[in-house]
Each structure stands twice: as structure tokens, then as C-alpha cells.
Design a protein around this ligand. Structure first.
Ligand SMILES: Nc1ncnc2c1ncn2[C@@H]1O[C@H](COP(=O)(O)OP(=O)(O)OP(=O)(O)O)[C@@H](O)[C@H]1O
Length: 756
């Protein structure tokens, strides 16, 4: 063993002792929390309902804490900062102190950890050395040091110089095989990423960056950071994260829990309306049309069209008397009901009350005598329940559901013509569809717009809301008492505890309640792949965040959605009135240099607004392009997938391959690849590929479906066909691999790519 190895071993042993202490502390905290939870649960189901809900509320608090403590097991501590003028600190996934409140571990999000991500040799910021701890389970297996202030270190006697590493933990993280689930990057966040993650909460921050620059990673870490740094503001309002698809949300769903955060609602625009599933599909042209901002006006006009003055009077017999629904009365009642700008269904209550009063006047006048208020109320009730009156009033002001309104627009051409004279006849014909056709993702923003303009449909719900508000005030008062008695104040506010007491289940977290409530407004909204959002989708999202506190990440060169954006200003200026700030990410951590460069050439040739970027690494043989006979394309792709899997699969089962192609080619390719896997003795893998299991080692996808995902090796089949679906789609497909891109084509190649 050489002298330098000795020094390294010593240092590793030293760090192991520290890491042992940290895990011991973590174990002790877990045991303590489990104990408290068990004690709360042991109290059993007896006691008053209030006692029970109090117990449930505390149980939930302990469960949350335990979940958080369990989540940080892997790489609990990953860094150490040696400082010029302060004792060194360990940086980890959460903060730990010992019984004397001495800090053992600093949460990565705390201000004291910032230098770990930001300090450079040029601006060391008081940091002498930054050390990455490499761990496997609870064992320290290596160290990576960066010396930022050589003078200071030498003055200390040069301890640890032998462990200097230029490569760092980053390269190891980037080289690791992919598993189908995204990992957190908390140990290796780079300075330009850190600046975005810790950017202030207020306002709209747009993060533009090419593929693989860590936009998704940064968005997720920012959500975790904001929840930590602004817990009081965000815990009760919640954070919403919007992604492009369920597959994508599945890909990222472990990152926030691994950072100890479970309180973020994740969704797609298509799922934003609670209880509605938008499973329908439609042509790009139709989706693009539905995404145009003019549709907001169409919906508004459709609503107003249901507030209609009849051309003629209607005469109705009620209990031997005659009342007349007159156009003049209806016009006056409509004008009055509109005056306070309430949503349609709520304003309808005013309209109906007004009309019934007018009809009651007519009725009473025919009685020839004065009536007392009680009798008059009976007359009003009689009128209200008379079928003909109901019909006449409904014709003038119809109670509506969002679904009813929008379905009518699509399925009844005359209704659309009435609401959308500003659209061409051709556009209106495009929108035509059967009343019972399934909802599509592009319908959702229109339904939300309609819901907003219509409001709730019945009075009972408002009465319920009033009762809820009163009950809640009582609960908050009670929760305050509980907190005062139990001294748990530092952990939780009275409002939070009251939320936990509230009926509907003590286990209902802010995130769960927010997800179930269309009108919930969040404290912060994070949008990933934001370039895909249509103008109508932006309106929906901004309604969810009246404070305009947003993180918007995406790449306008990767846009494939028909209503998506090619310029941020075009998408955002109309909705944010120019009030947004831009940050850019410039280093590609995913694709090797040769692939990055080829993708850039192809994108530039198509005129896409490509962001400048540098690849963090290069790998040999990363780009492989081969022409094959048309009849052999499927077989060759299948062979390439099987060989690719053998190339990238590691002993731990990591390493994944994707075959990407134009959508119509996917089914045949999937069958071919699955059969080839079985023929190669990989039966299980073949079966999983065949059923399109998203966790399969080999997946076959349309280019668009691969948005936001990554794989070790990508087999791209017939790129000109993908290009025909959209230049952004081809750019996405080419930039998915972490190790190698294999292009197979029978037709020509898109400009920017050459054989060889
Ligand atoms: N600082 C980092 N340390 C380690 N890995 C990183 C870092 N930054 C990014 N990565 C890794 O690079 C890959 C690409 O990151 P990510 O998916 O967030 O990029 P993106 O910009 O969202 O890409 P795309 O636009 O193609 O969807 C991921 O595997 C991510 O974990």
C-alpha cells in the first residue's frame, strides 16, 4: 500500500465514524417518532369524537415525520465543507442536531449549505475544501475532494491532498445505468442550477435550457427547496407540479419523496379537473384550435347565449289565474342579475327571484285584495313549482354544467355558430363531434373556463360552504387550545391542526385536499415541459396561482404539442403581462458530445430555436448511423435493441434501452422487439416489452411519448418519419440517450445527419 493510499484510507475511516454517528442519530429519531406514534395509537378508539380527531391529527403528524425520516436513508450525508474561519460542516438530506442542539448535519437547502454548491476556486466564499462522500448503503466507499483554497489547506499541513479528484461525484452520477425512475441530484447540484433552485419565491421564473440540462431535476429540487425555505407560506396552500404526461410523472415520482417532501400535488393539464378523465384523442389541428385564446371568448359567448330574452310573451295558467312571462320583464331581470358579475349559475338565482317576484305581482293583482307576506311567499312557491314557469325561466336562463355547455358547442353546429362567429366555417367544422364522444386533453382547459364562468349549480352547496366555514372557525379555536395544552406549537399551526381535525378524514393532507378541489389556489406552481402548454392551458394554470408565483421550465426547441410555444414571450406575455424573469441552463448532463452535436445540427437545419449548450461528457462510439434495407428495418431494430440491452445492462439490473419511432410504426416494432428478446432467451423482458410496461428494460415508444424521459441507449428508427410528425419530436428523440444513439434508416436521413 502506498503512502497516499494510507492517507486516503485514514480519511475514509474518519468519515465512516462521522457517518456512523449521523445514522445512529437518524435511527434514534426514528425510534423516538415510532414510539410516540405507537403511544398515540394505543389510546384506542374510545373517547369523544373530538378526542379521537385530536389523536388522529397527532398520529398523522408523527406518520409524516416518520415517512420523512425513512426517506433519507440513502446518502443521508453526502458532503463536507471545510471552511477558513468556521468548523467544518456536513451536508445532507436533512438537518440533524444532537441532544444538546449541536448541529450534526446541515440540510442541503439551508443557507449554511449553499457554499457547497456555489463556491469555486475563483470565488471560494470562505471554503477551503469541498468533499463529496461516496457511500453505498451506510458505508463510506470513497471521497472526492475539490480544494478551493490551496494556501489555506497547506497552512493546515496539507491533510487530505492525496484524495484530490478532478472527476468528482458528478461524473459517477452521470455514468450510472438508468432505472426508469429519475434520481435526485442533491449531492451534485451545479452552481448554475443551484442559483435557480434557490431563486426567490415571488414572481414567475422561466428556466429555458436544451435537452438534458437538468431542467426537470432543477424544477423538482426547487419545489423541495421552496417547501423548506417558505414552509409557513406553502404548507397550507400547497405546491402544484404539472408535467406533460402520466408516464413522465411516474418517471419523476420518487425524486420528491427521496428529498423528504411528499406534499406536492403532481398532475397533467388533462387531469386538472377533479373527477374528469380525458381519454379521447383528436387531430393536432383540432387540439391546436382548442388551445387558442379565442376559445375563452367562445366559451364566454356560449354562456351568455344561455341568458336569452324571448321574442314573444308566454302566457301561463296558475291556479286559475294568468301570468305572462314578458320579454321586457325578462330583459330587465337579466340586466339586473348580470349587474354584480357573479357566475352564471349563481346569478341565475337572482334572475329567478326577480322573475318570480314580477310574476307574483301579476298574480296578486288579479286577486283584487291585499295579501300578507306569508301568503305572498306561498304564491311565489306555487309559481316556482309550476312546470311551465320553470320551463319559461330556464329558456331565459338555463342552469348549466361545464360538460353540458361544451358538449353542446361541439355537437350542435348552430350553438357553435352562435358562440363562435369569429371562427371560420372550416374551423367550426373541425370542432364538430358527437355529444357522447370522450373528452380530450384539449377540452379540459375549456371545461375549466366554463366551470369558472358558470360557478356552482345549486344553493345547497353554498349553504354547505357557509356551514363549513363556521365549523372550521370553531375547529381552529379548538386546535389553538390543544396546541396551548400540548406545547406542540413549533411543529404545526392551529390552522394546520384544524385541517387535520376536519371531517373527511384526518389523513387528508393539504395535497390531497387541493387535488380534489377545482377552485384550490396554490402557493406555488411548477410547470415542466411548459413549452407544450396552449394559451388556454396557461389560463387554467394561472387561475390556480393568483399570486403568480411560478417556476416554468422547458425548451422551446422541443415543442411538439399543436398549441405549444416556440417563444416564451409569445406564450407568457399575454398571460403574465411581461412580468417574468428568465434563467438559462447551458450544460447538457445527459447526452454524450457527439449525440448532442448531431441533434443540434438536425434541429438547426429545421430552424428550431436551439439553446446553446455544452455536453458535460463525451463517450466513444456514441453516435451510430446505419442504412438498412426497408424490409429489414423491424428485424434490425429488434436486433439492435437486444444487443443494446446486453451492452448497457449492469449486474444490478440498471441500464435501459428505448426504440423510438413515428407513432404508426410503434405497434409492429414493439411486437418485433418483444419477439427478439424472447428468442434471445430474455423471456421475461420480452413479455414486459410486449405489454408496454413502462418499467421494462426495453421500451418501444413514439418519439413524442419519450418527452422528458431518458435511456442508456436509444435506437431511433426512420428519423425522416419522426421528422414528418414534427421537428421538435425528432429533436426530443435524438436527445434521450445517456450513452449511445443508434439511428437505423431505410429512407434518407434528415439534414444534419450522415451515415457512418
Ligand atoms: N447536477 C447534476 N448532477 C447529476 N446529474 C444531473 C445533474 N443535472 C442533471 N443531471 C442528470 O441529467 C439528466 C438530465 O436531466 P433532466 O432530465 O432534468 O434534464 P432536462 O433539461 O429536463 O431534459 P429534457 O429537456 O430533455 O427533458 C438526468 O439524468 C439528471 O439526473
Amino acid at each position: 500500500m502506498t503512502g497516499s493510499e494510507d492517507a486516503l484510507t485514514q480519511q475514509v475511516r474518519h468519515e465512516q465514524r462521522t457517518v456512523d454517528v449521523l445514522y445512529a442519530r437518524l435511527d434514534a429519531l426514528r425510534a423516538h417518532t415510532r414510539d410516540r406514534l405507537a403511544r398515540v395509537r394505543r389510546e384506542g378508539p374510545s373517547g369523544s369524537p373530538q378526542n379521537r380527531s385530536e389523536r388522529d391529527a397527532f398520529a398523522t403528524l408523527h406518520e409524516d415525520r416518520l415517512r420523512q425520516l425513512e426517506a433519507v436513508e440513502d446518502r443521508l450525508a453526502f458532503g463536507r465543507l471545510d471552511l477558513r474561519e468556521a468548523p467544518h460542516r456536513y451536508i445532507g438530506r436533512l438537518g440533524l442536531t444532537d441532544d444538546d442542539q449541536t448541529q450534526l448535519l446541515v440540510d442541503w437547502r439551508a443557507p449554511a449549505a449553499q457554499a457547497f454548491y456555489r463556491a469555486t476556486a475563483a470565488r471560494p466564499d470562505g471554503v477551503v475544501r469541498r468533499r463529496h462522500l461516496v457511500t453505498r448503503g451506510r458505508e463510506v466507499t470513497g471521497l472526492e475532494d475539490e480544494v478551493l483554497d490551496l494556501d489555506a489547506l497547506e497552512a493546515e499541513g496539507g491533510a487530505g491532498l492525496s484524495t484530490l479528484s478532478g472527476e468528482g461525484a458528478l461524473v459517477a452520477a452521470l455514468a450510472a445505468g438508468r432505472t426508469g425512475r429519475m434520481n435526485d441530484i442533491v449531492a451534485t447540484i451545479q452552481a448554475e442550477q443551484d442559483a435557480i433552485i434557490r431563486s426567490e419565491l415571488a414572481g414567475a421564473l422561466v428556466v429555458q435550457g436544451g435537452p438534458g440540462t437538468g431542467k426537470t431535476a432543477v424544477a423538482l429540487h426547487r419545489a423541495a427547496y421552496l417547501l423548506y425555505a417558505h414552509r409557513r407560506t406553502l404548507e397550507r396552500s400547497g405546491v402544484l407540479l404539472v408535467g406533460p404526461s402520466r408516464t413522465f410523472l411516474r418517471y419523476i415520482d420518487q425524486v420528491l419523496p427521496s428529498l423528504g417532501e411528499t406534499g406536492v400535488v403532481t398532475t397533467t393539464v388533462a387531469e386538472l379537473l377533479p373527477g374528469l378523465v380525458a381519454t379521447g384523442t383528436e387531430d393536432d389541428a383540432v387540439a391546436a384550435l382548442k388551445g387558442r385564446v379565442v376559445m375563452a371568448e367562445v366559451v364566454a359567448r356560449a354562456v351568455r347565449a344561455r341568458q336569452r330574452v324571448p321574442q314573444e310573451s308566454t302566457t301561463i295558467r296558475v291556479e286559475g289565474r294568468t301570468v305572462v312571462v314578458r320579454p321586457g320583464d325578462v330583459a330587465a331581470a337579466i340586466a339586473r342579475a348580470r349587474r354584480n358579475h357573479r357566475p352564471h349559475n349563481e346569478a341565475r338565482v337572482t334572475f329567478v327571484r326577480d322573475m318570480l317576484a314580477r310574476l307574483a305581482d301579476q298574480y296578486v293583482a288579479q286577486l283584487g285584495q291585499k295579501v300578507d307576506p306569508e301568503d305572498r311567499a306561498e304564491v311565489v312557491e306555487e309559481l316556482r313549482t309550476t312546470r311551465e314557469v320553470r320551463i319559461a325561466l330556464n329558456l331565459a336562463w338555463m342552469p348549466l354544467t361545464p360538460q353540458g355547455l361544451v358538449a353542446d358547442l361541439w355537437s350542435r353546429p348552430w350553438r357553435l355558430e352562435q358562440a363562435a362567429p369569429m371562427l371560420t366555417a372550416r374551423d367550426r367544422a373541425l370542432l364538430r363531434r358527437d355529444a357522447d364522444a370522450p373528452w380530450t386533453p384539449a377540452d379540459v382547459p375549456l371545461l375549466d373556463e366554463a366551470a369558472e364562468l358558470l360557478g356552482e349549480d345549486d344553493q345547497a352547496q353554498r349553504a354547505q360552504a357557509r356551514a363549513d366555514a363556521e365549523r372550521r372557525a370553531a375547529e381552529v379555536a379548538y386546535a389553538r387550545q390543544v396546541l396551548a395544552q400540548t406545547g406542540a406549537g413549533g411543529m404545526v399551526s392551529a390552522e394546520m391542526l384544524a385541517d387535520r381535525f376536519t371531517a373527511g378524514g384526518p389523513a387528508l393532507t393539504t395535497a390531497e385536499r387541493a387535488a380534489a378541489d377545482r377552485s384550490w389556489t396554490y402557493g406555488h406552481v411548477v410547470v415542466d415541459e411548459a413549452q407544450e402548454l396552449s394559451a388556454m392551458a396557461w389560463r387554467v394554470l394561472l387561475r390556480r396561482v393568483p399570486t403568480r408565483s411560478l417556476t416554468i421550465v422547458g425548451d422551446v426547441a422541443q415543442t411538439s404539442a399543436p398549441g405549444g410555444a416556440r417563444r416564451w414571450a409569445t406564450a407568457l406575455d399575454p398571460v403574465l403581462r411581461g412580468s417574468w424573469r428568465l434563467a438559462e441552463l447551458t450544460v447538457n448532463y445527459r447526452t454524450p458530445a457527439a449525440v448532442t452535436e448531431a441533434a443540434r445540427r438536425v434541429a438547426v437545419a429545421q430552424g428550431l430555436p436551439v439553446s446553446p449548450q455544452t455536453a458535460a461528457r463525451d463517450l466513444p462510439d456514441a453516435l451510430r448511423v446505419a442504412r438498412v434495407p426497408a424490409g429489414d428495418l423491424t428485424d434490425r431494430a429488434a436486433d439492435a435493441a437486444v444487443a443494446g440491452l446486453a451492452e448497457v445492462r449492469d449486474a444490478a439490473g440498471a441500464g435501459r434501452v428505448a426504440v423510438l419511432a413515428a407513432a404508426p410504426a410503434v405497434a409492429a416494432l414493439r411486437a418485433g422487439v418483444a419477439a427478439a428478446l424472447v428468442a434471445a432467451g430474455r423471456d421475461d423482458e420480452g413479455r414486459r416489452t410486449a405489454v408496454a410496461d413502462p418499467d421494462a428494460a426495453v421500451v418501444v415508444l413514439g418519439a413524442r411519448e419519450a418527452k422528458g424521459l431518458e435511456f442508456d441507449l436509444v435506437v431511433l428508427v426512420e428519423p425522416t418519419e419522426v421528422l414528418a410528425e414534427g421537428a421538435g419530436d425528432l429533436y426530443v428523440a435524438m436527445t434521450r440517450p445517456t450513452r449511445a444513439l443508434q439511428v437505423l434508416h431505410a429512407r434518407g436521413l434528415p439534414p444534419g445527419l450522415t451515415d457512418g
